[in-house]
Ligand binder design. Sequence first.
Ligand SMILES: Cc1cc2nc3c(=O)[nH]c(=O)nc-3n(C[C@H](O)[C@H](O)[C@H](O)COP(=O)(O)OP(=O)(O)OC[C@H]3O[C@@H](n4cnc5c(N)ncnc54)[C@H](O)[C@@H]3O)c2cc1C
Length: 293
Amino acid sequence: MEKRHIERRLDQMRAEGTEFRTGADVGGAIDIEILRASVDVLVLACGATSWRDLNVPGRELRGVHQAMEYLPIANKVQEGDFSDAAIDAKDKNVVIIGGGDTGADCLGTSLRQGARQVIQLEIMPRPPEDRAAGNPWPQYSMVYRVSSAHEEGGERVYSVNTERFLDDGNGNVRALLVHEVEMRNGRFEKVEGTDREIPADLVFLAMGFVGPEKGSWLDQLGVAFDERGNVARDDDYQTNVPGVFVAGDMGRGQSLIVWAIAEGRACAAGVDTHLMGSTTLPSPIPPTARPLV
Ligand SMILES: Cc1cc2nc3c(=O)[nH]c(=O)nc-3n(C[C@H](O)[C@H](O)[C@H](O)COP(=O)(O)OP(=O)(O)OC[C@H]3O[C@@H](n4cnc5c(N)ncnc54)[C@H](O)[C@@H]3O)c2cc1C
């Protein structure tokens, strides 16, 4: 999305009275107990960026990074902020493990940094061009998609699993040893005889997220978690701690922007009811709403 759209909305919110304080690390420089005591209501909306890892031999090699160690800093560089050590894909052979949106962001960023080659690996099979019979409207259509990042280049490889990262002899990654997989009895199984190496100087792990980052400040606050490790809430988005609400990925788990927007609006209605006894604000979705699958 063009940044001017974000800026326009921020200007509107400022004009309406919202005060934004950036660089405010809650649980770090900002003590959670002091913050909680200074407001009537606290809404937690810290996202769900606790990442899934790939614990195979060679994971410790230099050049193997999590996507979120790469993307946020690459964004800051784009804005002229060089305060963090950025990873540069220029002239590198890049392999991305994970075929989702985060992987696509790694692919687009690597291409624009001038990577020599970018390959994105996905363990699932390549989706069909058209809807399968068992995937009718209004379900989300599980079809092969070309995102704006993919339009710019790179190669996507499906039904492939990474067995290990290979060393160049100096502690740097030089390649991935991969093999093809097939789904048998609900499990991915190796297709024997398909071992091959893919050269790599840089590897990005983009394999999904397992929930919110569990800083000790959350324990200090005393919020409960659900069975998936997300911050638990009631029908009004309120946590077990009175006056503390949660919206977006932090309560739902890693999801999509449209859900976070809908949750933010519904949470605002919950907060209004909590403070005023009733509300006229719209509440687009309950916290339990899920996409049709
Ligand atoms: C790499 C990546 C690519 C994605 N691509 C897409 C896509 O293409 N389409 C799509 O719909 N969705 C995409 N998503 C998902 C989407 O970004 C999220 O679903 C959405 O942003 C969730 O909004 P949120 O407000 O709940 O959390 P976030 O947008 O994650 O915002 C959380 C904010 O809280 C801040 N924060 C965290 N901890 C603290 C703290 N202790 N103190 C102060 N601030 C804190 C963070 O810095 C962040 O700014 C992507 C997600 C990722 C990570």
